[in-house]
Write a protein that binds this ligand. Structure first.
Ligand SMILES: NC(=O)c1ccc[n+]([C@@H]2O[C@H](COP(=O)([O-])OP(=O)(O)OC[C@H]3O[C@@H](n4cnc5c(N)ncnc54)[C@H](OP(=O)(O)O)[C@@H]3O)[C@@H](O)[C@H]2O)c1
Length: 303
């Protein structure tokens, strides 16, 4: 087992270009142990977590609690999703039952464009809704008017202890990255973008790796309405069969083995359990090459 994590660590670190300060370690809790990557902020982030988009407060409370019981330690939410309160309740339930401590959990939220004129209040509102004392990673949800000022508010959030790490989302080119960070005093730790086998954007990934910044994949399975396109891809089906895994599992394995962090979304307990069960096998170099050749630069969303 130790050997496996060492191999995974080497694979992900070489793929992301993370500095020698980065490392992986096991999660301290039961069930499946998700490897961590150390961000350029110094904090450790699990390489796989639960996405919560489209889940309302009561649904998400249950999904988060189920996920934590299955070994998940990273939860992705956003002010825009309207479910931060439910995420907080799910985490607090797991804490109250002694399954985890607050510091075992990594919460990501995002400032939505409607709040770009008053980002400091938006950070407080997210923290209040979550009720978890601090946010582990806060992102600007997407480019928009005043986003450079929003980035400064994120930096203030770090200085005041409301946020541990900061990042951006939906910035797809080095030029967009440079615009938003040109006056930054804290380098973003994470860039969260649409990313899946049909849209790989390795140019941005390599550019960010040179700055010790990690890409986090949203729509890792293609997103709602498109998952079957990926699940039924004949090459992916072949690879899944060879490992006795599902298409979803080999796709998620490709994400983490490529050096991405990823947050597949699900409210289905069996999918939640399935999606974390990807750390007992690895894809061969040949299989990784087949995945990289699936790239079509095909994005499903345009925000
Ligand atoms: N920053 C941004 O702008 C942005 C944008 C979009 C999403 N996100 C984040 O990224 C997360 C992931 O994206 P997403 O949830 O939209 O798309 P996704 O993870 O690619 O796909 C989610 C869909 O796949 C299904 N699914 C999940 N696991 C499955 C499995 N093992 N087998 C079959 N179906 C499965 C889910 O249905 P079930 O519920 O039935 O499992 C759901 O319909 C979001 O939840 C959100 O947290 C961020």
């Amino acid at each position: 087992m130790k050997k496996f994590f060492l191999l995974l660590s080497i694979l992900v670190l070489s793929a992301t270009g993370c500095s020698s300060g980065s490392n992986f370690s096991d999660s301290i809790n039961n069930n499946i142990k998700v490897p961590y990557v150390t961000l350029n902020s110094g904090y450790k982030m699990p390489v796989l977590g639960l996405g919560t988009w489209t889940q309302d407060n009561s649904t998400v409370e249950n999904s988060v609690y189920t996920a934590i019981k299955n070994g998940y330690r990273l939860i992705d939410t956003a002010r825009y999703y309207g479910n931060e309160a439910g995420v907080g309740r799910g985490v607090r339930k797991a804490i109250s039952e002694g399954i985890v401590n607050r510091e075992d959990i990594f919460i990501t939220s995002k400032i939505m464009p409607g709040n770009y004129s008053d980002p400091d209040s938006a950070i407080d509102a997210s923290n209040n809704s979550l009720g978890l004392d601090y946010i582990d990673l806060m992102l600007i949800h997407q480019p928009g008017y005043n986003d450079e000022e929003v980035y400064k508010a994120l930096e203030r959030g770090v200085q005041s202890g409301k946020i541990k790490s900061i990042g951006i989302s939906n910035y797809y080119t080095p030029e967009e990255f440079e615009r938003i960070t040109k006056n930054a005093s804290i380098v973003p730790a994470v860039v969260q973008n649409e990313n899946h086998p049909y849209y790989q954007n390795t140019e941005l990934k390599n550019y960010l790796a040179s700055k010790n910044i990690i890409v986090e994949s949203w729509y890792p399975l293609g997103g709602r309405g498109h998952t079957q396109e990926l699940f039924n891809n004949s090459e992916i089906v072949k690879i899944a069969k060879a490992h006795g895994k599902t298409s979803a599992q080999v796709i998620l394995r490709w994400h983490v083995q490529s050096g991405y962090i990823t947050v597949p979304g699900s409210k289905d307990p069996s999918h939640i359990a399935e999606n974390i069960n990807i750390f007992d096998f690895s894809l061969s170099d040949e299989e990784m090459k087949i995945f990289s050749e699936l790239n079509k630069n095909q994005r499903y969303e345009n925000w």
